[in-house]
Ligand binder design. Structure first.
Ligand SMILES: O=C([C@H](O)CO)[C@H](O)[C@H](O)COP(=O)(O)O
Length: 426
């Protein structure tokens, strides 16, 4: 992922903050943060107005939540925040509740390590709690005492893999360039918002952080490895790895293998309103997973498919009906369903986007990972993805060994020493 530049609007006057945001967008900023001082002075309408003016930008609500994680994530998500910051020193339950609520809204959680006594240990805990981004942060007051985030950033990026790392704390063009060698998101406040030419300083910092990622950075290699592993494994390997947990009882209708994060939709038989609205809510690379109570009326068809392709959505899984099969197959779009039918229902608007759903024996939450291919589909809990993929990869490698023995003439029972297995199963 290209390193992102996030401007922190630590401004107390809303109109000034909006003007500065405008300038940073012209300068090429990627993400826009409603800073804590802005939220405390103007309220969450600051988030709302930033989202209304810049719908194509990720908007961060720097809430620095310490308690009532679910409530604060809900109010910020409803105002349009894409990412909400929670203090890493908050209770684990607060963070779990925040993650749970963010999954429902399809938003993300950034946990802030500001003033954390043992940042590496806490960062590992935060990753296991499901946080999406870990922020290495030297607060303004700590900066006044001469501190900066770069040393802690090095410790964190050497110990935390497969989680986006952000960094903030008095960064300027030079230190931002340094930080960008390992961090995924560079957060800059004063060096942009207090500069005499906001657009120019934004552009200069954006240029400084571009293409600086260390090629040897473990998470980049790790992410590429994860991506490679996904390409090599099948849902069969994954089913074995997960002891048959996470299976979604569904048949492939079109397309090839697909992988991505779930955006869940609950609807009724034939009610295609929420499924279609989900196309607008889904992030690039998501898979829309629809529970239509295994109904026999279609909640998806050719037009929804073409709209999903436009929004870079990786596929659709429907516990219910789909139609326009010929057209969807022609588009080679990854689609799974329980029924194909010529008949669609009505867009009544029943149900909810982002809520937890159950298909057969499997509960699926927004943010869970989905791997689906010709065999079917499997949901993987966010916290288990690395374990699941690594174990499935090992199973695949064992199978490859048996495959080569069979190619050399051994029978399957000999290649897997079946007799020994039988004894073990008794
Ligand atoms: O989070 C921040 C600070 O705690 C005030 O809310 C700042 O947004 C963050 O430190 C980035 O601002 P600069 O340090 O001025 O770059």
């Amino acid at each position: 992922m290209e390193t992102k530049l996030q401007v922190a609007l630590d401004i107390t006057e809303l109109n000034t903050a909006l003007e500065i945001a405008e300038q940073t967008v012209k300068g090429g900023v990627d993400w826009i943060e409603a800073g804590t001082p802005l939220i405390k002075s103007s309220g969450l309408k600051a988030v709302q107005q930033l989202k209304q003016k810049h719908p194509d930008k990720k908007i961060i609500a720097d809430m620095k939540t310490m308690d009532t994680g679910s409530l604060e994530v809900e109010i910020a998500s409803k105002k349009g925040a894409d990412i909400i910051s929670i203090l890493g020193t908050a209770a684990d339950q607060t963070i779990k509740d925040a993650v749970q609520k963010s999954n429902e809204y399809g938003t993300q959680i950034m946990t802030d390590l500001i003033n954390t006594k043992n940042p590496v240990q806490r960062a590992k805990q935060l990753k296991n709690l499901g946080t999406d981004i870990i922020l290495v942060h030297t607060g303004i007051d700590q900066q006044m005492a001469g501190a900066n985030p770069l040393d802690t950033l090095k410790e964190i990026t050497n110990n935390i893999t497969n989680t986006q790392i952000a960094v903030a704390g008095g960064l300027n063009k030079q230190t931002a360039k340094q930080a960008a060698k390992t961090a995924d998101i560079i957060i800059v406040g004063g060096a942009i918002t207090r500069s005499s030419n906001i657009q120019k300083s934004t552009r200069e910092i954006k240029k400084a952080i571009k293409n600086t990622k260390q090629t040897t950075k473990q998470t980049t290699k790790q992410k590429q490895t994860t991506k490679q592993k996904i390409q090599e494994i099948t849902t069969c390997n994954l089913a074995d790895a997960l002891n048959r947990k996470g299976i979604i009882p569904i048949q492939q209708v079109s397309g090839e293998k697909t992988f991505g994060r779930a955006l869940t939709v609950k609807t009724m038989n034939g009610d295609w309103s929420k499924p279609v609205q989900a196309i607008d809510k889904a992030q690039k690379g998501d898979i829309i997973v629809i529970d239509a109570s295994k109904g026999n009326l279609a909640v998806w068809g050719e037009l929804a498919t073409k709209s999903a392709i436009n929004n870079n959505i990786n596929g659709v899984i429907i516990n219910g009906g789909i139609r326009d099969i010929k057209e969807i197959k022609k588009l080679k779009y990854p689609a799974w369903a329980t029924h194909t039918t010529p008949a669609a229902g009505e867009p009544k608007g029943n149900g909810e986007i982002g809520t937890e759903i159950q298909i057969g024996p499997t509960t699926i939450k927004t943010g869970d990972y989905i791997l689906a291919d010709q065999n079917g589909a499997i949901a993987i809990k966010k916290q288990k993805i690395n374990y699941a993929i690594n174990k499935a990869k090992l199973i695949k490698e064992n199978e490859d060994r048996v495959r080569s023995q069979i190619q050399q003439g051994k029978t399957l029972s000999k290649a897997i020493e079946l007799k020994k297995w039988e004894n073990q199963q008794r």
